[in-house]
Structures are given as C-alpha cells and as structure tokens.
Design a protein around this ligand. Structure first.
Ligand SMILES: Nc1ncnc2c1ncn2[C@@H]1O[C@H](COP(=O)(O)OP(=O)(O)OP(=O)(O)O)[C@@H](O)[C@H]1O
Ligand SMILES: [Mg+2]
Length: 260
C-alpha cells in the first residue's frame, strides 16, 4: 500500500481507449483517494463508461496505466478485481433465479455466504423483502438498482464503481443510495461514480472530474470549480438569475450543444 500523503486507491494515468479507429477516451488521468467519493461528469458519449470499463477489465485499453490498490489492472487483473465492486450502467442477472437466490449466489461467489436470515435482513434493508420471490426482470428499475448496488458491495471492496447509480430512482431511493455511498466512505473505502446530476455531484462527491470528448478538462471539489470559473464569460452567459451553479460551470466548460 502506498504511504504518506498520496493515499490513493486508484490511479489512472494517460488512459486512451479506441473502438476500431474511433478514439472514445483520449487522455484521462485522475486519482481516487482512500475515503473519497469521486465523480466523473461529462456529456453523453464523453467516455465515462469506457473509463470505468477499462478499470473493471471489461475493455482493453490502448495506452495509459491503471493501478487499483497498487495492482496494475492489466498485469494483475485478479488481484485488482478482488479490490473492487462494480455496478454497471445496465445489469442483468440470471433470469431463472429469484431475488433471494441471486443474493445467495453472489454472496457465495464473493466469499461471504449469507444464510436465509441474513438474506431476509438484507432484502428488508433495501425494501425488497416482499420482492424476494420475484425474478430480477420483474423488479422496477429502481428496485433493480438497489439490488445491484447491494451485490456490488457485498464483499466490502476497497473501491466501488457505480455507473449512473441513481438514474431513474425516486427521491427516497436516491437519498437511501447516497447514504449507502456515504457509509462506504465512512468505512475508509472509496467510490468512483458517474452522474449527470449536478445536485448529486454537489451532495455526495468530494471531488469531480469533468470529462469531454475523451479528455479530462477539469478536476477539483465542486465548490472550487464554481469559485474558479464563476467569472468565465462562457459561464456567466449560461447562468440564470445572477447565481452561478455547478451546472453553469459544466455547460460553460463543455458547451451548449447536445451531443450526437
Ligand atoms: N463498444 C463500443 N463500440 C464502439 N463505440 C463505442 C462502444 N462503446 C462506446 N462507444 C462510443 O464511445 C464513446 C464514449 O462512450 P461511453 O459509453 O464511454 O460514454 P459515456 O460518457 O459513458 O456516455 P453516457 O453519458 O451517454 O453514458 C461514444 O461515442 C460511444 O458511442
Ligand atoms: Mg455511460
């Protein structure tokens, strides 16, 4: 483990990802510290999921390096994977299993098997005790999100990667998920999430990186980004009612055009 001030759990340096001749990620570098909630923000197609997929070992990246818990994700993929929990942008589980069985299966896979009582308690905590006998496909979108977050964190990983974890959640579920994310942080572990919600970034992220066209264009705390860019002409031009928000800074930096 690294020592001193630089207590990072994840170090991404000069990441580049191509799909055929298309360069989806051109130059992405950032560190996530222990006990930190780090947000990746960016317009549709900016390269956020491609960055997460590279960390998760789901995409082979062209250049750069990724170290998780001091393990190189390409050279020591098994050790790196054991240090992370992953919730994908869209997930599906074994169609023939019900919710309780899915939880039982994954707790076994992750080496923390649960008995029937523990499964019941866990499902109750996420408001799915009534849904234990349903198949994953029969759950609502928000219920699916809640179950997949539990499964991503079942083995208490050092880094949890969440791709748009609160998209489609109602306010209650979203708040509960924020509390779960903060509980991971309170255990000294780290969270890397993507979000399109500026409110979410401000509410839970310690630092954020804004990604655009495959490059990181800004990294800082949400408040510091607002303070730094509040007088930029592009930011003032999009601000409303004289108050500069993180969304104004985001649009000022990434432009007003909707992405193809
Ligand atoms: N498997 C793939 N093959 C070809 N192109 C891909 C593939 N996956 C992603 N892309 C392209 O790479 C770019 C980045 O996609 P990515 O999914 O990383 O964006 P994102 O920032 O996660 O966007 P969103 O906010 O919409 O989820 C997009 O232009 C996308 O069309
Ligand atoms: Mg994405």
């Amino acid at each position: 483990m690294n020592t001193g001030q630089d207590q990072y759990i994840l170090k991404v340096e000069g990441l580049a990802v191509s799909y055929g001749s298309f360069e989806a990620v051109k130059d992405v570098s950032f560190n996530v510290l222990q006990g930190e909630i780090f947000g990746l923000l960016g317009p549709n197609g900016a390269g956020k999921t491609s960055t997460l997929s590279s960390i998760e070992g789901l995409v082979k990246f062209k250049s750069g390096s990724i170290k998780l818990n001091d393990y190189d994700v390409q050279q020591q993929p098994l050790q790196a994977k054991a240090s992370m929990g992953v919730q994908l942008q869209s997930t599906s589980f074994q169609a023939e299993l019900n919710v309780a069985q899915i939880l039982q299966l994954y707790s076994g896979i992750y080496g923390v098997p649960m008995d029937a009582d523990q499964i019941k308690t866990t499902l109750r905590e996420i408001g799915l005790d009534e849904a234990g006998k349903k198949k994953y496909s029969q759950l609502s979108g928000g219920q699916q999100q809640r179950l997949s977050l539990i499964i991503a964190t079942i083995h208490n990983p050092k880094l949890v990667l969440l791709d748009e974890p609160t998209t489609g959640l109602d306010p209650q579920s979203r708040r509960q998920l924020w509390e779960r994310i903060e509980a991971i942080k309170a255990r000294g572990h780290a969270v890397l999430l993507t979000t399109h919600s500026m409110e979410e970034a401000e509410a839970v992220c310690d630092r954020i990186a804004i990604v655009d066209h495959g490059c990181v264009i800004a990294i800082d705390t949400p408040q510091a980004l607002v303070d730094k860019h509040r007088d930029d002409p592009e930011v003032i031009a999009v601000s409303r009612r004289g108050k500069v928000t993180l969304e104004d800074v985001f649009i000022g930096l990434t432009g007003k055009a909707v992405r193809a």
